[in-house]
Design a protein around this ligand. Structure first.
Ligand code: MOS
Length: 739
């Protein structure tokens, strides 16, 4: 063991970052399209997900789920199940019935005392020697229920709505503005409930050693998940370790812990053996979380020149009784466009269907497509090109709070996007036809709030001049391994292959986790700060100011001196700890990622089928850390958006809330043939208010404009405005003239 020198650097974002640190580093590895360091593991199947690596002696659990919509569990055919082949344990425990936590900074899950609040809710766990035996017994489970009255509410039309004050705001007099306006629009849109269906189904493998619990789980935010799991079990967070080295997507459904990790932990303790609880796809759909459906009323009005004078956005969403989350659909409406008269309103209905939670770009993903469709419609009424209309309505500052934007290149995105896509070729609505195909072009603004979360990392510069990055950050397919490696390599002047990044272990310094598009910026900033602390120590050893130090290819250079890092380290390691904290910048300026998105569609006049022929997008989201992983994020977001525009919709049986299309055969997400050529550009952008890297979120912004661009392209192709998503064939064919 060599000696280690410990150094530290913290930063709270309370002011503008005047120096662009990465503008002055020399390695040149950051912002390059570096391949993923974990790529070979991914393609050879050695990057194991939670349920792909079991400790010796692991046994398997199957969640038994409620067959009624409301009631109380009073009994289970435990003896019968216990006698079935291989069965080791039939576990009934109220802690199993709890709803998945929402990952809202460790907030405790809602507890049910024997109460069932929706059909499919877990009520017991059957554990057996093999997964097949557990499933066999689990499917033979029969529970008794007591109906204590209380009607199950399945449809939003039947729900009682609550109106949280925090999500309402108004300015001026919208009614008067609407009356006085040259052009006005008052319409209602709906978006459906949706399922996350990440590639890796939720699963957990739990074992206990010396009173300490370890769980391999598919999770996005380990530091919160440790607290949530400890809270669910009634033990100290210090006794819980979560491992999630690779996660096969989450999209929000893995922000908080859910039933499988609680069940696996309790059963493993009871049996004294490791227990794996992998969820079936159907269980994922039925028992994890969903995106709420929404009803949205949008009112817009403008003067003769197309300048907005009023903006109204009122939404109705839902969740289970008692849940605090509700999809913030209007989140970006107050600050995207001009309009001095405003009404923003939010209502939550209580439904007895699966818990609603965050799903990729919660809020904007369903709010922005609707407001962008409305803007497009108003532009058409005003006889103004939709891009020109938007350009006329970009405010100088956030009009709702009268605070400046941290950076806002929306206008440049719109102009460059128009060029890239060939917007000048667009024809008037309903005038372009190729045989049975009606062709149209549409566009939309993309906007998503930018956030920063507290995040901590350790960067160790080892005596041989290589470095190790350690943090409990997750890589949910997004490229965390890539960018954190690049950030440390750039800051320390090392080739990327001299840096090893270790993630996904809650025993490592607590990161922000992956969520809300804040993962890269938050965890990346903590790595930046840790590496800067190491640099300061190196500068000291060189007898130079940190600002005079150049680190490149494993050498430190200051003035006339150039020394190799091993020489400078003299057998010691330098361990830097970095902590980034959000500060007043979250309130003193308006931070968002911006973009302009374009789609060309062909709509069959015979079958009503909508094909997306091509898409393009231009984003401005601060410094791009890796153009390859950034582009992949945006492509993923746009594929996600095709699904929400055209096919994705969770159906619930109106009688009892059964999830009808609970697998990938019936829940239609875009497949290869549904996805066209996608062109993506990033504008040069720096956001000095956001974080020390001057980068912003890109994981979600591309979702936000896609469905709007597709809706507007369909309107341009057909001359019909479809207001109820997804725009499926039946809706199109009903609206088009008989061929
Ligand atoms: Mo995201 S919906 O915060 O994973």
């Amino acid at each position: 063991m060599s000696d280690t020198v410990q150094v530290e650097r913290q930063q709270k974002m309370d002011s503008r970052e005047d120096t662009d640190f990465f503008g002055g580093t020399a390695q040149g590895v950051l912002s390059t399209a570096m391949d993923r360091p974990d790529g070979p593991q991914k393609v050879t199947g050695t990057a194991t997900y939670a349920d792909e690596d079991h400790p010796p002696g692991t046994v398997f659990g199957w969640l038994v789920r409620a067959t009624v919509t409301r009631g109380f569990v009073t009994g289970l055919n435990t003896d019968e199940l216990r006698a079935m082949p291989g069965v080791l344990l039939v576990l009934r425990d109220d802690r199993l019935l709890r709803n998945p936590a929402q990952g809202q900074a460790g907030r405790a899950p809602v507890q049910f005392k024997g109460e069932v609040a929706y059909k499919g809710q877990p009520i017991a766990l059957v554990v057996a020697e093999s997964f097949e035996q557990a499933r066999h017994a689990g499917l033979a489970a029969k529970a008794d229920y007591l109906d204590r009255g209380g009607k199950a509410v399945i449809c939003p039309e039947d729900a009682e709505f609550e109106t949280p004050k925090a999500k309402q705001s108004s300015m001026g007099d919208l009614d008067a503005a609407m009356t006085a306006a040259a052009h006005r629009l008052d319409g209602e849109w709906t978006t459906p409930s949706m399922s996350h269906v990440a590639m890796e189904p939720h699963s957990a493998v739990a074992w206990w050693e010396d009173g300490k619990l370890t769980v391999r789980a598919s999770q996005q935010m380990l530091k919160h998940n440790v607290k949530e799991l400890a809270d669910s079990l009634g033990i100290s967070p210090a006794m819980v370790r979560i491992l999630a080295p690779f996660v096969g997507g989450g999209f929000g459904s893995k922000l908080g812990i859910s039933h499988e990790s609680v069940a696996a932990a309790i059963a493993a303790r009871k049996l004294g053996r490791p227990v794996a609880v992998p969820l079936h796809r159907r269980q994922v759909c039925e028992t994890t979380t969903r995106r709420s459906e929404s009803r949205q009323r949008v009112r817009l009005c403008c003067d003769r020149d197309g300048v907005l004078t009023g903006v109204g956005h009122e939404v109705w969403v839902s969740n289970l009784p008692g849940e605090t989350f509700s999809e913030p659909v209007t989140q970006s409406t107050p600050f995207t466009y001009r309009g001095e008269n405003r009404e923003i309103a939010h209502h939550v209905g209580r439904l007895n269907i699966t818990c609603a939670g965050s799903m990729r770009a919660p809020g904007e993903a369903i709010g922005v497509p609707v407001t962008e469709a409305a803007i497009d419609e108003l532009a058409e009424m005003a006889g103004i090109d939709p891009i020109e209309f938007r350009l006329r309505n970009i405010p100088e500052e956030d009009p709702s709070k009268e605070i400046p934007y941290s950076s806002n290149r929306l206008a440049d995105c719109l102009r460059r996007g128009a060029e890239l896509f060939g917007w000048s070729e667009r024809k008037p609505a309903g005038t372009r036809r190729e045989g049975e195909w009606l062709i149209g072009m549409g566009m939309a603004t993309a906007v998503r709030v930018n956030m920063l979360q507290e995040s901590e990392a350790r960067v160790v510069l080892l005596p041989d001049g290589s470095a190790r990055v350690e943090t409990d950050m997750t890589d949910i397919g997004t490229g965390s391994y890539s960018i954190l490696t690049q950030i440390a390599a750039e800051a320390l002047g090392l080739p990327a292959d001299r840096v090893t990044t270790v993630l996904g272990d809650s025993d490592l310094p607590p990161a922000a986790g992956s969520g809300g598009s804040f993962g890269a910026a938050s965890s990346g900033s903590s790595v930046t700060l840790a590496a800067q602390a190491v640099r300061e120590e190196l500068a000291k050893r060189m007898g130079a100011d940190p600002g005079e130090l150049t680190l490149k290819d494993g050498h430190a250079i200051a003035g006339n001196t150039r020394r190799s890092l091993p020489d400078l380290l003299g057998g010691e390691a330098i361990e830097g700890k970095g902590t980034i904290k959000p500060g007043s910048n979250a309130r003193s300026v308006r931070q968002a990622s911006w973009g302009a998105q374009f789609a060309e569609v062909a709509v069959s006049a015979v079958t009503g089928e909508v094909q997306v022929r091509r898409m393009a997008a231009v984003f401005a989201a601060g410094r791009v850390l890796n153009p390859k992983t950034a582009r992949s994020q945006c492509i993923g977001g746009m594929v996600f958006g095709i699904g929400s525009a055209l096919t994705e919709e969770s159906h619930y049986d109106r009688r009892d809330g059964s999830f009808v299309n609970r697998d990938l055969a019936e829940y239609k997400i875009p497949a290869n043939l549904d996805v066209p050529k996608i062109e993506i550009e990033f504008l040069e952008d720096r956001d000095a208010w956001a974080n020390p890297m001057q980068a912003k979120g890109i994981g979600e912004v591309a979702v936000c404009g896609t469905a709007g661009a597709i809706l507007n392209a369909i309107a341009n192709a057909t001359g019909v405005r479809f207001r109820h998503l997804p725009v499926t064939l039946d809706k199109v064919i009903a609206a088009l003239p008989r061929p």
